[in-house]
Design a protein around this ligand. Sequence first.
Ligand code: CUA
Length: 359
Amino acid sequence: MGSLMPAWLMPVAASTHAAKVDRIFIGLTLVSAAIVLLVVGFVVTFAIRFRRGSKADRGPLPEVVSREFEIGWTAATLFVFVFIFWWAASAEIGAFSPPKDALEVHVVGKQWMWKTQASNGAREINELHVPVGVPVRLVLTSQDVIHSFYIPAFRLKRDAVPDQTTEAWFQATKTGTFQLMCTEYCGTDHARMLGRVIVMEPQDYAAWLSAQPEGDDLAHQGERLFSEKGCSGCHAPGSTVHAPNLAGIWGQAVQLDGGKRATVDAAYVRDSILQPKRDVVAGYAPVMPSYEGLLSDGEIQELTAYIRSLGAGPREVRTPGVPPLSSRVPGAQSERSPAMVPGAPVADTPSPAGPVVRP
Ligand code: CUA
């Protein structure tokens, strides 16, 4: 399909999604061109045929034109529009549903650089090395203002928004270096917020990766933070404070106070850390304090990665002495805790349900 367009008219297409976007773009261009030609053709034909003084028949249209033809082209137009909607919408939905085995890369935008960190530990600034032919899932956030992560060759654009996580994914189809840019005006050096995506053969990628300084992966860093920041005081399996146990909950649906349900994903974990009183899991008191301003976006990503690693199937839970996942179904108990201020002494006996009193 790419051969229909001269190379100078389209940027390089280097991902599976780019091929889809280009097909839609070219398809829409062809349909539009056909309609323009048809309309201009009619305008010119009728202008000549019905010019002043011509002998053309100006009487009423035959019945078949004003009925069957009318119905015919209305139906055809409707069909074309519904088809275009389905075509574009299915590609767009696909662009937001990464495959399960995707390599995960966390991206933090800040004035004015892109910080990336793959789940295998590789950290970079304004660069992203990825293997060709492997789906890569991006988890984006921003440290300050809204940025937008844009790789033209992949036809991929996704906003990085402070206090939120957004996701996108791509699968590169060509090796090479492709431009990465910020496409949301974010201050003085917005135009310099550029970077490169380097797509490598898998063996080259493996070599590059092993040459990187030994870094902890996100989940390990998150595990450390989990105790440093006091999360484990309440959420550790052995804690006497009644807080939801986090092992095995990733990807699960949880019942919230007030009858709603939520799926535990990056956005939910983030909200639970920053606005813990908003979506409280049913059966628990809304006593967790907000960590707003106490954790950086990078730290939230690390904690999220840790929680995720606890629910990631066969992977071993690293906390020593933790019982198997099946015995730790959240909501199995119903007593309430007095308070869950980080570092606060842990109460030995759960207080009765009712207004929460801080010690
Ligand atoms: Cu970041 Cu523009």
